[in-house]
Design a protein around this ligand. Structure first.
Ligand code: ADP
Length: 162
């Protein structure tokens, strides 16, 4: 049976930090599903779920075992429905930890056969988040090093229109 991992997140928009975790996860599992989820604790977001999915799809063309999806519901439920064995999350700084730990314990209660695996970010992405991209871009900064090359122009254009 092939092993499936799920990489969940808001991806508003996807950054090279996200892509680092996704591509490293793709080396460990047969299939990886990147799932865009809306986070109730975050503001409604700069991009629609459809735009986020499109940005991810255009960023993973060289990763044949990675696919992208959108789900508006419980992550534990989604992961079981897909027959995945693991949820893979990226960890940047200590401040990510507390919230991720709570989520992992909750997901373990809801889906006891699914493991949460934390992958430590490569150091060059430690400071990077979707919020950094949005902020730098709105003030006219260059985000070339922060977002995947195929989607950079679209991200900049759409953020400046908004
Ligand atoms: P953000 O915190 O940037 O809004 P998301 O909710 O989209 O991120 O995050 C999805 C997953 O990607 C989370 O596990 C998050 O910790 C991880 N992640 C986000 N940015 C990075 C990064 N620069 N390096 C490693 N992991 C990251």
């Amino acid at each position: 049976m092939s092993s499936i991992a799920v990489c969940p997140g808001s991806f508003d928009p996807i950054t090279v930090g996200h892509l680092n975790i996704i591509s490293r996860t793709a080396k460990l599992f047969d299939r990886v599903i990147v799932v865009v989820m809306t986070n109730a604790r975050k503001a409604s977001g700069a991009f629609s779920p459809e735009e986020r999915v499109d940005f991810i799809r255009r960023s993973i063309t060289d990763l044949p075992n990675v696919e992208v999806d959108y789900y508006d519901g419980l992550l534990a439920e989604y992961v079981e429905k897909k027959g995945a064995v693991a949820i893979v999350k990226g960890l940047r700084v200590l401040s990510d930890y507390e919230d991720e730990f709570k989520q992992a314990l909750t997901n373990k209660k809801l889906a006891k056969n699914v493991e949460t695996i934390f992958m430590v970010t490569d150091t060059e992405y430690m400071f990077l988040s979707s919020s950094v991209v949005k902020e730098v871009c709105r003030f006219g900064g260059d985000v070339s090093d922060f977002v995947p090359a195929p989607i950079k122009d679209d991200i900049v254009k759409r953020l400046r229109e908004r």
